[in-house]
Structures are given as C-alpha cells and as structure tokens.
Design a protein around this ligand. Structure first.
Ligand SMILES: O=C[C@H](O)[C@H](O)[C@H](O)COP(=O)(O)O
Length: 229
C-alpha cells in the first residue's frame, strides 16, 4: 500500500468515527487532511449534518467551501469540540512536529482553541529518531539574520526554507520559515521554551502535550491510539 492510501484510510476512519452532528470542528492542513475534508463533505451531504468548521489555511478553506462545508473565522467561536490535523513526525510519547507545509502557527492557534485534538497520519510519521524531520520555525523577516546567527551559534543547523523557484517560502501571515536540521530532539520542552523566548520567532512547529488521539494508517488497517491526555 502506498503512503497516500494509508493517509486516506486514517482520514476516512477519523471522519466516520469522530465527527458528530452539531460539532464545531477545526480542520488542519496538508495532504492527509485533504482526504478528511473530502470524506467530511460527503458525510455532511449524505447525512444532512450541521457541522461548523474553522480552517487552518486558505488551502483547506477553499477545499471545504467548494464541498459546501461551512467555514467560520476562529474569532467567531469560543471553543472547538475537536480539531483533526496531520503531522510531520510523532515521537513514541506522542509529541509532534508540524509545519512541513508552513501552516503550524495557525494550526497551533486552532489546536489550542480545541477541547480535543486528533492527528491522522500514515505509519511513516512515527519513524525515529524524533527530530529527523527538520523543525519548522516561523520568523519575522526583519529578525531573520539575527535569528540565523543565534541558531547557528547554538548548533541548531538553521536553513531558510525556499520554494521550487529559490524564493523564500511565505506563511499565511507573510512571515518566513527557518527549518532546524537537528537530526534528533532529545529535550523537546527545553527546545520549545528556548525558541519561544527568542524575539522575532512567531511560532515553532513543536506541538507538545497537544494530541489526545492519533489514528495511524497501517497496512493492516487504521490503528487508533489514545494518548491519555
Ligand atoms: O504545515 C503543515 C502541517 O503541519 C501538516 O499537518 C503536516 O505538514 C502534515 O502534512 P501531510 O498530511 O501532507 O503529511
């Protein structure tokens, strides 16, 4: 089975088992969430469900609205019942790295506004060591040079993210992404605190103690893991 088939199976399992009528639902970003949004559009139509969603990117918003899914601004809701999102890497104790698609700041704001968070992934996202996926950090353009110097001095191996044309990738908020090529993150909480305290850092892609449920697409079928949070 290829990765896309595994992503689709995790997304469809989440849609069938975790979405209920009258829910306020956060929608993540990425290729796995694309399968979720497709399945959600279908369920809403077939079962005439009333679901209000908040999106974490213009990409997800466009797809959702094209399928007739109601999308509102986060400023118009007090709390979301659940957010379903993808992840780039998950550790054995269910800490996450997100932002491979540069969407982690908005994703973190929406995740924080949610009673529960569920991640849908294919089994490659559980690869070890945690931190082998480069850690995305959203930074203000004005602070870029200073932050690169600081991160280099701390051996965090920073690289400005460029697109296929060699231009800096811009986030939803017009900021830049620096990826930290760390190889392994042994102390994610300490690293998260350090990054958060640097002036000019908007948000980093470590999602710590966030996820309640992980659905992993596997050859044998979707595995649903309760992380006991
Ligand atoms: O910025 C992007 C997000 O954090 C995505 O959730 C993450 O990159 C996973 O994406 P995908 O489902 O495409 O692997």
């Amino acid at each position: 089975m290829d990765q896309n088939t595994l992503k689709k199976s995790a997304a469809e399992y989440a849609c069938a088992n975790f979405i209920h009528d009258n829910m306020k639902l956060g929608l993540g970003t990425g290729s796995t969430v694309t399968f979720l949004v497709d399945a959600l559009g279908k369920r809403i139509k077939e079962e005439n469900l009333t679901i209000t969603t908040v999106s974490t990117s213009s990409r997800t918003k466009r797809q959702a609205e094209s399928l007739g899914i109601k999308v509102v601004d986060l400023n118009d809701v007090d709390e979301l019942d659940l957010t379903i999102d993808g992840a780039d890497q998950i550790s054995s104790d269910y800490q996450g790295i997100k932002g491979g698609g540069a969407a982690h700041t908005l994703e973190k704001i929406v995740a924080t506004a949610s009673k529960r968070n569920l991640w849908i992934v294919d089994d490659s996202k559980l690869a070890e060591p945690f931190g082998s996926f480069p850690l995305p950090v959203e930074v203000l353009k004005t602070a870029l040079h200073q932050l690169l110097l600081k991160f280099e001095a701390k051996n965090l191996n920073p690289k400005l993210r460029l697109d296929e044309n060699g231009e800096p990738v811009k986030t939803h908020f017009g900021n830049l992404i620096v990826d930290l090529h760390l190889g392994e993150i042994k102390q994610p909480h300490e690293l998260g605190q350090y990054l958060k305290s640097q002036v000019g850092v908007v948000e980093h892609g470590l999602f710590l103690d966030t996820v309640n449920t992980v659905i992993v697409g596997r050859e044998a079928g979707p595995e649903c893991i309760d992380t006991i949070r």
